[in-house]
Design a protein around this ligand. Structure first.
Ligand SMILES: C[S@@+](CC[C@H](N)C(=O)[O-])C[C@H]1O[C@@H](n2cnc3c(N)ncnc32)[C@H](O)[C@@H]1O
Length: 275
């Protein structure tokens, strides 16, 4: 049974981020908010809702939203997708951009940065091939705390071991007193900013590749359509979109079509893909 207060909190999350806390996930509320309970000296959601009803609750409501977001991520999550990017997608983009020698990538819902840095490692592992290219990987996320972590590019021993071999860890990260810091070569390719995918992206970049993985899962259908529409607007006509494992676009009217033999890979249908 979902209580009134849980419904209030779920509505707050949904109105700010589009993320739904379905009944099956409402058990997360208490666990996710336990840090805030401790900090505020309160013991339950009803008391939290009272605080959120008071004036000047802007900081607290942002804290609540951030605590409820699922930031789960790790390096090379779903490795087969990164293999596909390295062997199939990036070589095709490279052919098409051979004169401009620049590639723009967007990680939409990048969490704490591991996805964007994994992409940067693909380029860095073939550095002679990409030596004279400009590689730009933009990571955006609605969570300020996730973006702060991504910008710091410092990971705990546990985080850095999730998805990276020891050889990759040593090749791309340096151990510091605060954790494992991504090397400059990776940091130069990546930049991170707070952005809500429900809003227009801003700027004018057309992306050759957009990753939006494990983000759409908790949007309702109209919100998924809205977010996908915004991403398509910024996907180069010959670009590629990659969703997460288990995320599909079933809508027949969608301007995106899945790539045959691709893993969660989509391209635009409204353009000439021979480019
Ligand atoms: C489960 S993580 C996925 C991270 C990464 N893409 C991956 O697959 O490993 C989902 C991320 O989407 C972000 N997110 C959720 N709703 C968002 C929105 N409306 N705008 C931007 N980011 C959002 C969350 O803050 C979270 O960091």
């Amino acid at each position: 049974m979902v209580t009134e207060s849980e419904r209030f909190i779920a509505k707050l999350l949904e109105s700010r981020t589009g993320q739904e806390l379905t009944q099956g996930r409402s058990w997360r509320i208490g666990t996710a908010l336990s840090g805030i309970f401790r900090e505020k000296g309160i013991s339950n959601i009803d008391q939290l809702v009272c605080l959120l009803d008071a004036p000047d609750h802007a900081i607290l409501s942002q804290q609540v939203v951030e605590a409820l977001l699922n930031n789960e991520t790790y390096f090379f999550r779903d490795r087969a997708m990164f293999d596909q990017l390295a062997t199939k997608v990036l070589p095709r983009i490279a052919e098409r951009k051979a004169i401009a020698k620049s590639i723009s990538i967007l990680c939409a819902g990048c969490s704490t940065g591991q996805e964007a840095l994994s992409l940067a490692m693909l380029f860095q592992d073939q550095r002679s091939r990409w030596a004279d290219w400009t590689i730009s990987i933009d990571g955006v996320d609605v969570s300020q705390s996730a973006i702060n972590s991504a910008r710091s590019a410092v990971y705990s021993q546990f985080e850095v071991q999730r998805g990276l071999s020891v050889a990759q860890m040593l090749a791309h990260f340096t151990e510091t007193p605060t954790g494992w810091e991504a090397n400059d070569a990776l940091r130069q390719m990546t930049q991170f900013r707070v952005h809500n995918l429900l809003e227009p992206l801003g700027g004018s970049a057309q992306y050759d590749l957009i990753l939006c993985r494990n983000v759409l899962l908790y949007f309702d259908e109209p919100t998924r359509q809205k977010v996908l529409g915004r991403l398509v607007e910024r996907l180069d006509p010959a670009g590629w979109l990659m969703l997460g494992a288990g995320e599909t676009i079933a809508d027949k009217a969608s301007p995106l079509k899945s790539v045959r033999n691709g893993i969660n890979l989509y391209r635009r249908t409204d353009t000439d893909l021979r480019a």
